[in-house]
Write a protein that binds this ligand. Structure first.
Ligand code: NAG
Ligand code: NAG
Length: 156
């Protein structure tokens, strides 16, 4: 009787443990609170800060202020910023200097940047610029994982 009870108890515990096993996650190419789009992961801030501090916040997450070097990237980000202007990773050394994305990528897209400041932000009218000390929301980007490890996820 005691043996039967023990077997039943072990079976019940085994089922209970199995029920609480986490289900395997699909292969994520971006961390769970980031949004994936065309090979990049995006994170839109809730806080506001100046350009440098925004960039430090992105760096602390293994990312940079957003590099939006295609028309598709730009319009994707514009759909997500709502009505708040967001700092992006685009600067210039002075008004006579060209705009440069943080990854130095030669952009295939010809951008119009309004305003005459050295730091660029994305607003509902597209890219604009101002003093870098303004406090704004910001967008970080980092490259999406190309080949998530098969040991840690299942394909969907
Ligand atoms: C991130 O931004 C906040 C302001 O929103 C600032 O207080 C904090 O120091 C920043 N963190 C880093 C790592 O720069
Ligand atoms: C940017 O913000 C940080 C944190 O709030 C502050 O320490 C720093 O002095 C600011 N820099 C500029 C140029 O405003």
């Amino acid at each position: 009787m005691a043996a039967l009870f023990t077997v039943l108890l072990i079976t019940a515990v085994a089922f209970a443990v199995q029920a609480f096993q986490p289900h395997p996650q699909p292969c994520a190419q971006c961390p769970f609170d980031w949004i994936g789009f065309r090979g990049k992961c995006y994170r839109f801030s809730e806080d506001e800060s100046n350009w440098t501090s925004s960039h430090n916040n992105c760096s602390a997450l293994g990312a940079s202020l957003a590099v939006l070097d295609s028309a598709e990237d730009l319009s994707f980000a514009m759909r997500h910023i709502g009505s708040s202007p967001h700092w992006v990773g685009l600067t210039r050394e002075g008004q006579e200097h060209p705009w440069q994305w943080l990854n130095r990528s030669p952009s295939s897209h010809q951008f119009q940047v309004q305003g005459d400041g050295p730091c660029a932000y994305l607003g509902d009218a597209g890219l604009s610029s101002s003093h870098c000390s303004q406090r704004r929301n910001w967008v970080c980007t980092k490259p999406a994982l190309q080949n998530p490890s098969k040991n840690f996820c299942i394909s969907t």
